[in-house]
Design a protein around this ligand. Structure first.
Ligand code: NAI
Length: 379
């Protein structure tokens, strides 16, 4: 097949590598020739490393590299079967690109966006044939992360969904179909991992290191929330939270945190700026957690039930199937277990009780237990 990818930045270059490794003929387009040069050099280096590690033969690496054409000329996209757009997250610019594309590609070419936060329906609204628009949302780094969320818009033809699911599956990825709702599955369900951790810190219950320890020690998460936010970047993570909050009409469940906002405003982005919640300077030791088991368990319980409540809400609002919601969190953000399966393990009545205690104590809508969870406990 022939695949067009627009935007050769972080995501576009990664997606191009995935497609090329799966023997697709790829056209990687960017308006900035410097970005294209960088994408080409980086891919060469990545492939050389894989050859050095004996994961690929030199011939295979050359073949993968030659599957990609790097170009600034949109007209090379004429023969492609699928275009995945991965340019800046600005609706007006995406609209211009999609309008331009429709004048170049064939009538049956599928048009997809890798957007994280813009509704697919609004991206597709400028197309003459909007039934071929779809969201194909990869995770960073695309060659390593096994999850891809597939998001049909209200305009999308069901044949297009099947076609895309088949292509993404043939690239060895887990394709999870989800509704065109803010944050799709992962960026919605994961919000309490950050938000509740920040809230626990703000209430003075524990410091960053202790909260991180509680989640890795009791939950088996690979990274605690503050370490993860520092890794993602507080600027990026805060922007996602703010956009999900606004997109949900300011539902208090998704309310951003002043602590994170101040860290972002101070330039404490995390690892990339040398300082976030932690100081990453070489001569500075990371703070030690307070390994009080009772406190740790209390922190873990509070964050995990909030995550489970959000997973139930995604299921309740039919954002995706039960299986897709669990797979998405394991394959998209490396959770040790799917949240709905985890809920069964912990016991649904116990989860509900924890939420009811929080809701009763705070009286805040943020802690309201999900109706589906309540119904299931009743049953
Ligand atoms: P990036 O900033 O690394 O790359 C964007 C590229 O698009 C730049 O190289 C830019 O030159 C190019 N570009 C801008 N306007 C263009 C145009 N009109 N035509 C052709 N190329 C153009 O951005 P990144 O991080 O790769 O994000 C791209 C998309 O993927 C966004 O929609 C973002 O929301 C989404 N996304 C990002 C993830 C991430 O972790 N960075 C994860 C999943 C999705």
């Amino acid at each position: 097949m022939q695949i067009g990818i627009i935007g050769a930045g972080t995501m576009g270059a990664g997606i191009a590598q995935v497609a090329a490794q799966n023997n697709e003929k790829v056209f990687l387009i960017d308006v900035n020739p410097e970005v294209l040069r960088k994408a080409s050099t980086n891919l060469k280096v990545t492939l050389e490393k894989l050859v050095a590690k004996e994961k690929l033969t030199k011939e295979r690496a050359d073949e993968i590299f030659s599957n990609i054409t790097f170009s600034s000329d949109f007209s090379v996209l004429k023969p492609v079967d699928l275009v995945i757009e991965a340019i800046v997250e600005k609706l007006e610019i995406k609209h211009k690109v999609f309008e331009q594309l429709e004048g170049i590609v064939s009538a049956d070419c599928v048009l997809a966006s890798n957007t994280s936060s813009i509704p697919i329906a609004s991206i597709g609204s400028v197309l003459k044939n909007p039934s071929r628009i779809i969201g194909i949302h990869f995770f960073n780094p695309a060659p390593l992360m096994p999850l891809v969320e597939i998001i049909p818009a209200v305009q999308t033809d069901s044949i297009i969904v099947q076609k895309v699911e088949q292509i993404i599956g043939s690239w060895g990825k887990y394709a999870c179909i989800c509704k065109d709702t803010p944050g799709f599955i992962v960026n919605r369900v994961a919000r309490p991992f950050y938000g509740e951790a920040l809230r626990i810190y703000e209430e003075g219950i524990a410091d960053f290191a202790t909260i991180d320890w509680a989640m890795t020690h009791f939950g088996g998460f690979k990274m605690g929330p503050f370490t993860l936010m520092d890794y993602i970047g507080n600027d990026v993570n805060y922007a996602v939270t703010e956009s999900v909050f606004a997109a949900f009409y300011y539902d208090p469940r998704f309310k951003p945190s002043f602590t994170q906002k101040r860290h972002m405003e101070a330039g404490f982005y995390g690892r990339k700026s040398g300082r976030g919640y932690y100081n990453y300077a070489e001569d500075v030791e990371l703070p030690a957690p307070n390994q009080d088991e009772v406190l740790g368990q209390k922190i873990f319980n509070r964050i995990i039930v909030m995550l489970i409540n959000e997973a139930f809400d995604a299921l309740f609002m039919q954002v995706a199937s039960k299986e897709a919601i669990d797979i998405a969190m394991m394959k998209g953000v490396n959770y040790p277990k799917g949240l709905l399966a985890w809920a069964e393990e912990l016991g649904l009545p116990w989860v509900l009780e924890q939420l009811e205690v929080l809701f009763d104590e705070y009286g805040e809508d943020r802690y309201r237990p999900n109706p589906l969870l309540k119904r299931m406990v009743k049953k």
